[in-house]
Design a protein around this ligand. Structure first.
Ligand SMILES: [Zn+2]
Length: 88
């Protein structure tokens, strides 16, 4: 094998197909794991705290914040700091 690690670095656009597969399926059926308590649940069963600008989804076991989604004039934002993983 003659290639170096640098040969494996590509532009993010090269991951478009994989990312498209991940973000297109029905999100409410995806399994989410809470970073704080380790519990897992379908996204559709989380507790929703809705506001005009967006939504906060909380863990049903520990009430930790798993997802924050907002729609602003600057775009759609999704923050998932409280999530260990999301599995489709
Ligand atoms: Zn939790």
């Amino acid at each position: 094998m003659s290639g170096s690690v640098q040969d494996l670095v590509l532009a993010g656009n090269a991951a478009a197909g994989l990312l498209q597969e991940i973000f297109v399926p029905e999100i409410t059926n995806a399994e989410i794991e809470c970073e704080a308590c380790g519990s897992t649940a379908p996204v559709g069963t989380l507790h929703l705290h809705a506001a005009e600008m967006g939504a906060v989804l909380r863990c049903t076991s520990c009430d930790g914040i798993l997802m924050r989604a907002v729609h602003t004039t600057h775009g759609r934002w999704l923050e998932m700091k409280g999530t260990r993983y999301l599995r489709f």
